[in-house]
Design a protein around this ligand. Structure first.
Ligand code: KPL
Length: 305
C-alpha cells in the first residue's frame, strides 16, 4: 500500500477514488462497518449526473490490526473521531510515515501529534465538496482548493495528490490556513444544516445571505482578536466563491444531520466561540447558530424515540 485514507465518508471516498484511479495503491481504514463492507464488495463509486464510474479493488478494513508499515496517511474522518484515528494510526504506520489531516475544525492536528509526534503530522485544508449517496458511493460537489503546509511540498504524498489531479497550493501560515477553513465552515455549515438547502441556495435566499454576511463578519473579528491573519483579504467574497463552486453540494453538517450522525458543530462553531471568549469577544450570530444546530439535533433525536 502506498497511502492509507483514514475514513470512508464522502470526502474520504473522493480522495481514495481519485488517487486509486491515478494508479496509487490506496487502502481505506474506518470503523464504519457499512462503508467498509460496501468498499470491500464493490470498490468506490463516483456518481456524476447519470454516469457512475467504479474503481476497484480498494482494500478496506475496520481494524488497524490488519495493517502494518503503512507509509503515509490522509485523515478524513469527522473531528470527533480524531482520537480513535490517532490510536489506530499509531498502531499501523511505518516509523517514517507522514500524516496529513484535511478534517474540519480546530485541534485535530494536535490530537494526532500527541499520539504520533508533531514532526510527522501536518494539517491542510480542502474546500472540495462531496455528498455520500450510499456507503462507498459519492457525488463530487465542486472543485475546491487544496492547501498544504510548505513542509509537505516534496513528500511522496504531495506527488501522489498532484498525479491524481489535485491542484495544490502551499503555505507557511498554518494557523491562518486552518482559520481560513474554519471561517468558511462556520459560515456555511450551520446555515445549510438548519435550512436544509444545498450550499448554492444560501446565495439565493436574501435573509440567509444576510445571516451569512453577519456570520462571516463575526468570524473575521474573532480571527483579528486572536491575531490570526486569514489567507484571503475579503472573507465574504471567499465564502461566496466556495458557495458558488460547491453550489449543488450538501454541506457535511447537513449530511450528518440527515443521517442522524453527530455533527462537527463543537469543532467548528464551538471552537470559534471558544477562541472569541478567550479574547472577550461576543459573537451573537454564531452563538445563536450553535444553539439552533444543537436544538435541531435534539429535536431529531426526540422524533426518533
Ligand atoms: O467543507 C465543507 C463542508 O461541507 O464541510 C464545504 C467547503 C462547506 C463544502 O460543502
Amino acid at each position: 500500500m502506498d497511502l492509507l485514507i483514514y475514513g470512508s465518508g464522502a470526502l474520504a471516498c473522493l480522495f481514495a477514488f481519485r488517487l486509486a484511479r491515478a494508479g496509487q495503491r490506496v487502502g481505506i481504514l474506518d470503523h464504519w462497518e457499512e462503508g467498509v463492507r460496501a468498499i470491500q464488495a464493490k470498490g468506490i463509486c463516483q456518481q456524476t449526473g447519470d454516469l457512475a464510474v467504479s474503481c476497484q479493488p480498494v482494500p478496506a478494513t475496520s481494524s488497524a490490526q490488519d495493517l502494518s508499515n503503512v507509509p503515509a496517511a490522509i485523515v478524513l474522518v469527522k473531528s470527533w473521531q480524531t482520537a480513535q484515528a490517532a490510536a489506530d494510526l499509531a498502531a499501523c504506520l511505518a516509523p517514517s510515515a507522514r500524516v496529513l489531516t484535511l478534517q474540519n475544525g480546530l485541534g485535530n492536528a494536535e490530537i494526532l501529534a500527541g499520539a504520533l509526534g508533531a514532526e510527522r503530522v501536518a494539517a491542510g485544508s480542502t474546500t472540495s465538496g462531496a455528498t455520500l449517496l450510499a456507503p462507498g458511493c459519492f457525488r463530487p460537489g465542486g472543485e475546491g482548493n487544496l492547501t498544504l503546509p510548505a513542509s509537505f511540498e516534496s513528500t511522496r504524498l504531495c506527488a501522489a495528490l498532484r498525479a491524481a489531479g489535485f491542484q495544490l497550493a502551499f503555505t507557511q501560515q498554518l494557523t491562518g490556513l486552518l482559520w481560513g477553513k474554519l471561517l468558511i465552515n462556520a459560515a456555511i455549515n450551520p446555515l445549510t444544516a438548519l435550512l436544509e438547502v444545498p450550499n448554492g441556495q444560501i446565495l439565493e435566499l436574501p435573509h440567509a445571505r444576510r445571516l451569512l454576511a453577519m456570520a462571516v463578519e463575526e468570524a473575521a473579528q474573532a480571527a483579528r482578536a486572536a491575531a490570526v491573519e486569514l489567507p484571503y483579504t475579503d472573507p465574504l467574497a471567499e465564502v461566496e466563491s466556495v458557495l458558488r463552486r460547491t453550489a449543488t453540494n450538501q454541506s457535511s453538517m447537513l449530511q450528518d444531520i440527515r443521517r442522524g450522525a453527530p455533527t462537527e458543530i463543537d469543532a467548528i462553531t464551538g471552537a470559534l466561540l471558544h477562541s472569541a471568549r478567550q479574547n472577550q469577544l461576543w459573537l451573537p450570530t454564531h452563538e445563536t447558530l450553535y444553539h439552533l444546530v444543537r436544538a435541531k439535533v435534539d429535536a431529531g433525536r426526540l422524533a426518533d424515540t
